[in-house]
Design a protein around this ligand. Structure first.
Ligand code: CA
Length: 221
């Protein structure tokens, strides 16, 4: 599940990113309207958390633009603007929910789950391939029916493979999605994670799930 956070206040942005990552969401955090547009053009999101007062514009204008260009991602406005009129305006412009600051992380998480549930009636909620079953709502993984315990990074990595099974995924692309773009792909962190995933999922002798494509990346076969 991918969540885009648009929040210019650094401490709050870090707190949200960490809190949501711990709940196994794949989080992209940006601080400006421009970066938000780029991130959304780059990849579809499951939920967007939108601050209103941004350094290069107003979140409401951004949301209005998204809706008129056909972006239907659920948007939760997270703002200190707390009058009824503010909330009505936000919802009228196209937000799906509105939470005022200060907020409790528990409530934010519950509202995100609710937005995801509403979406899930029309979207796929499980991915299955080769005996691996990934539940996108519960963030759980089963291998041939047996629950598998993965860390949040391992889960995020597996989700990328499951969304793209059969495709050869370049190392740089995987690393960008999991560790953000400043990750140095020359390090072998990715290999470490791949070997952990393999040890947890390739439990049938002789049956390979992930193929290493030398000099390129990996493939879920
Ligand atoms: Ca702000």
């Amino acid at each position: 599940m991918k969540i885009l956070i648009v929040e210019d206040q650094v401490r709050l942005g870090q707190f949200l990113k960490q809190g949501l990552t711990e709940c196994r969401y794949t989080v992209t955090w940006v601080t400006t309207c421009k970066e938000a547009n780029d991130a959304l053009a780059d990849a579809p999101q499951d939920v967007i958390i939108l601050d209103l007062g941004l350094p290069d514009g107003d979140g409401l204008d951004l949301l209005r633009e998204w809706r008129s260009s056909g972006f239907t991602e659920p948007v939760l406005i997270l703002s200190a603007r707390d009058t009824v009129a503010d909330r009505v305006k936000g919802l009228d412009v196209g937000a799906d929910d509105y939470l005022q600051k200060p907020f409790s992380l528990d409530e934010l998480l519950a509202r995100i789950r609710s937005l995801v549930r509403r979406q899930s009636t029309v979207k796929q909620t499980t991915l299955e391939h080769n005996g691996v079953r990934l539940d996108l709502l519960g963030h759980t993984v089963r291998l041939n029916g047996q629950p598998i315990d993965l860390t949040s990074r391992e889960y995020a990595l597996l989700e990328i493979f499951m969304q793209n099974h059969g495709r050869i995924l370049p190392r740089t692309l995987i690393a960008e999605k999991i560790w953000a773009s400043n990750y140095d792909v020359d390090t072998n962190l990715l290999d470490v994670y791949m070997s952990r995933l393999r040890s947890k999922l390739e439990t049938t002798p002789g049956k390979q799930l992930f193929k290493t494509v030398r000099g390129v990346g990996y493939q879920l076969v």
